[in-house]
Design a protein around this ligand. Sequence first.
Ligand SMILES: [Mg+2]
Length: 286
Amino acid sequence: MAATIGASTEPSSIARWPYRGPLKAIIFDWAGTIIDYGSRAPVLAVMRAFGALDVPVSIEEARGPMGMSKREHLQAMMAMARIGEAWRAVHGNEATEHAVDRLYAGFLATQAGLLLEHAELIPGCLQAVADCRQRRLKVGSSTGYTKELMDVLAPAVHDRGFTPDALVCANDVPQGRPAPWECLENARRLRVFPMQAIVKVDDTTVGVEAGRNAGMWSIGIARSGNLVGLSQTEFERLGPAEQASRLERAYDELYAAGAHQVIDTVAELPGALDALERRLVDGAGP
Ligand SMILES: [Mg+2]
């Protein structure tokens, strides 16, 4: 069947495949990738939202669905057996949607207060973005935060030197990660195609999956991200063996989610982009 379709298509368009480069755009995640080493702000806000309604949750439970839009994140946590049971013990058989609405309202209020405390850039970020500009890549971005939250956060990060060409928020699209819509909306706003010319960079497994689902290259961020979940100081305080084992687990999970490359932090991005460019020249696609 493919041969028939090919035969009826103009030869000039066939000759352009496989796409051999260059890369044209990059889409950065925010927390854990560009800012907020360890992606701690959203975890604290999620934990406080549950705590305020007398259902304390662990840091691991709060980190589990990280990367999804925040309402979907809270929904996923409510669907966890332990949390559902604890919720019912305190609140009875309250309808789940209503419970998620209450949690989400608490989350938004808490998160807004925490954002500016976690707006610091991850070391090497500005140099990595400058390298992307030198490669003539357009710079997009996507986040599980809502537009209302980004209206607070983005200006603070702009003041620190990071200003993407496009910003797609959780409520700009019908469904959060791992759905590809945030990535594809970036491509549309940046006017960039094909998807094989675009790289998604993210510190969560659902973010890596979203890049793959969009047909893009996907780079995972291990050390500064959600899977290690520590500030730079906390990470550096660990012994070498503990550091290595935490990193190994994060690398494994990001590769298992479909990452083409995994790097420690955004500072290592130039080498990863070189590797992807070589794969494109060799005729490989994402
Ligand atoms: Mg993130």
